[in-house]
Write a protein that binds this ligand. Structure first.
Ligand code: BG6
Length: 474
């Protein structure tokens, strides 16, 4: 099967992991800006943001990121050399509204104007996430984040400004990055700083409802703005397999998949699935839904399903499992004995991508868009200055093959965006040394390094993949 010529090969980054310039030109703080690096306690701070809000750490990796804010021209020139056709980034909400509300910040808007012009100069399609784990910190402090319904109108005002300013330059929009992650990392997903004594599920599902309503209204706004825009939802995907054929394991996997799909059910089908009542009941959630919410959800489904895929997941209750788990980056999963695993706990499963794509397409019959897939690895610079990341080539090759197999199966897919085209700060661990890019950035976990960019071996390989429209994979 030949991939169509308008297939969007490309790469993805997120503002808060690459831009740096964390207070420059009027930007306000984002959640990532108060989180330290791994060795200074990032995990604890991520899950207990109340602590991060008051504590002072010695080093914050997002403050300089990879300095994309000042180096985006150089970086996009490299990406043009790589041949990418689509570049996904996010807009930092706190760059546009430093306090989350009030007047928009012209300097912030200008930065993205210039960035998207630069993309267009190279015929790269910008794919823009409106909120990628970065609800302005001011909104956490003042309103408690997305738990508060006030966030819907503040987000919509932000969307209104973005669509007015960039509606002619950006065709592909994503309302929220990995919307289902709010149930796993509420601070990232919803700007929620939940206290230990509170009912986390009540807060999280209420916040999620507000995001779902906001997302639907953003779709409506984009469709009515006079440009031909496509708006997608975005899922942290990866099907849960049952650990065994024990029906209890199978049921466990069904439940875990429902927890994930629930968000996309709403964003695509326009209503909550029936099983959500069980979830809310089990978690003692009593959702506050206003008149009109159901109609908003029903009338404004998304145009496509964007998703990230790093790994499949595994669920089960069998005693044989002996408590073996793989970290899986915030979504906890059992250890699958059939899969290799990275030092960061991600199991490697290209076939899982084919399975996930078939699952998603069978379920929703909407075009899919892979907007994140990649391998976090500790690359090494050789004495001759090269970076020989054959493992990344192998990972990406196998996943592209799996994607092509899914497309042979009949799945419609708009594009493949590698995470990330350039090394950046890891969201989960704050590390630089967990590298995902085809372009190496000389910066380490402690903030040392020249910030020089070096093309890795995978750069030339991916360039050929794109040039051949996915034919040349070896
Ligand atoms: C996705 C996020 O979940 O995974 C990205 O959308 C993130 O922001 C990526 O960077 C990889 O995870 P990590 O924690 O290794 O950076």
């Amino acid at each position: 099967m030949k991939i169509e010529t308008d297939f969007l090969w490309g790469g993805a980054v997120a503002a808060n992991q690459c831009e740096g310039a964390y207070l420059e030109d009027g930007k306000g703080l984002s959640p990532m800006d108060i989180l330290p690096s791994a060795q200074l306690g990032r995990k604890e701070a991520m899950y207990h943001p109340q602590l991060a809000l008051i504590k002072k750490y010695d080093y914050y990796p997002s403050h300089e990121g990879i300095d994309f804010y000042h180096r985006y021209r150089e970086d996009l020139a490299l990406m043009e050399e790589l041949g990418i056709k689509a570049f996904r980034t996010s807009i930092s909400w706190a760059r546009i509204f430093p306090n989350g509300e009030g007047e928009p910040n012209e300097a912030g808007l200008k930065f993205y104007d210039d960035l998207f012009d630069e993309c267009r100069k190279y015929n790269m399609e910008p794919v823009v996430t409106i909120c990628h784990f970065d609800t302005p910190l001011a909104l956490t402090k003042k309103y408690g984040g997305w738990e508060n319904r006030a966030l819907i109108s503040l987000y919509l005002e932000y969307c209104r400004v973005l669509l007015k300013r960039f509606g002619k330059k950006v065709k592909y929009w994503i309302t929220f990055n990995e919307i289902n992650m709010i149930t796993h990392i509420p601070f990232f997903g919803g700007g929620l700083a939940i206290r230990e004594e509170e009912n986390t599920s009540q807060i999280v599902y209420q916040a999620a409802h507000h995001q779902l309503v906001a997302s639907a209204l953003a779709v409506k706004m984009a469709h009515e703005c006079g440009e031909e825009l496509y708006v997608g939802c975005m899922l942290a995907a990866g099907s849960f397999y049952p650990y065994s054929c024990n029906p209890d394991d199978v049921w466990e996997a069904v439940e875990k998949n429902q927890d994930t799909y629930l968000f996309i059910d709403v964003q695509v089908r326009g209503k909550y699935p029936s099983y959500v009542r069980r979830i809310w009941k089990e978690k003692s959630v009593s959702l506050n839904m206003e008149d009109g919410d159901e109609e908003i959800l029903r009338c404004n489904p998304v145009d496509y399903i964007a998703f990230s895929y790093y790994s499949s997941r595994l669920a089960g209750v069998s005693p044989a499992i002996n408590g073996k788990v793989a970290d899986g980056n915030a979504i906890h999963t059992l250890r699958n004995p059939h899969l290799d695993i990275t030092p960061w706990g991600r199991q490697i499963d290209p076939m899982g991508l084919r399975i996930t794509m078939n699952d998603l397409y069978d379920r929703y019959q909407k075009p899919l868009f892979i907007v994140e897939n990649g391998l976090g690895a500790a690359d090494k610079i050789e004495v001759d200055g090269s970076v020989n990341d054959d493992y990344r080539i192998e990972f990406t090759r196998n996943h592209i093959k799996a994607m092509k197999a899914a497309m042979e199966d009949g799945v419609k897919c708009l594009g493949y965006l590698a995470w990330s085209c350039i090394d950046l700060v890891s969201a989960g661990t704050g590390e630089m040394n967990k590298r995902y890019g085809f372009i190496y950035v000389d910066r380490d976990n402690d903030g040392n390094g020249t910030m020089d960019r070096i093309k890795k071996k995978s750069f030339n390989w991916y360039k050929k993949v794109i040039e051949s429209n996915g034919e040349m994979l070896d």
